[in-house]
Ligand binder design. Structure first.
Ligand code: BEZ
Length: 211
């Protein structure tokens, strides 16, 4: 299928995982979701990534985000690899890892980029809203491990901007000042931000992060 774009409904699927059969949309329920792919089991970068996400699981839980990984190897292999992840990374795998040996989900989500590798997935990340629409996607090559603190940071931005008429500036972190969206008039902004804001330019209005 064509590459998924922001705002698209994400495809549903049923898959075998390390935590049993997952019917994706039903499993997501009303939560946010992160679906992220790994090129192959028993590979070094992937091993560190799965350990890191397991360590950060409480941070995803706090944000009402369900995390699910994928690798194009069978379930038996995933289960053996999980032992290595626990022993080498100090954190046991604590979220489902999809066994996508027939590449159904990888193809559905466009995770295989033939010019990078014909058979293995790249490192895709899909952040999905409670409405099952795609809110953010990232694509990294196999050789570069992802920064999951950055993923939490963008989820904070996505969740904030889903509920308030603000956008977050470069390098923004939770608690820092934000920007009033340009489409909001000063008159309307007064109602939403009664404590006021700083106008740097008419299109650049800085305000405290709304609660
Ligand atoms: C890795 O996870 O270390 C890896 C996987 C595929 C290609 C290169 C590195």
């Amino acid at each position: 299928m064509a590459q998924l774009q922001l705002g698209d409904d994400v495809p549903d699927f049923t898959a075998e995982t390390t935590e049993g059969t997952v019917r994706f949309h039903e499993w997501l329920g009303n939560s946010w979701g992160v679906l992220f792919s790994h090129p192959k089991d028993f590979t070094p970068v992937c091993t560190t990534e799965l350990g890191r996400v397991s360590a950060l699981k409480p941070e995803f839980d706090k944000r009402n985000v369900k995390v699910i990984g994928l690798s194009v190897d069978p379930l038996g292999s995933h289960k053996e690899w999980a032992n290595d992840i626990k022993e080498t990374q100090g954190h046991a795998l604590n979220f489902p890892l999809i066994a996508d040996a027939d590449k159904t989900v990888s193809n559905l989500y466009g995770m295989i980029h033939p010019k990078a590798d014909n058979t293995l997935t790249v490192r895709s990340v899909f952040v999905i809203g409670p409405d099952k629409k795609l809110k953010l996607s990232l694509t990294y090559p196999a050789s570069t491990g992802r920064n999951f603190d950055e993923l939490l940071r963008v989820i904070d931005s996505l969740q904030l901007t889903a509920h308030h008429k603000v956008a977050t500036p470069s390098d923004w972190k939770q608690g820092q000042d934000v920007i009033i969206v340009p489409s909001l008039s000063d008159t309307d902004a007064k109602a939403l931000f009664p404590n006021g804001w700083k106008t740097v330019r008419p299109y650049l209005r800085i305000v405290s992060q709304p609660k």
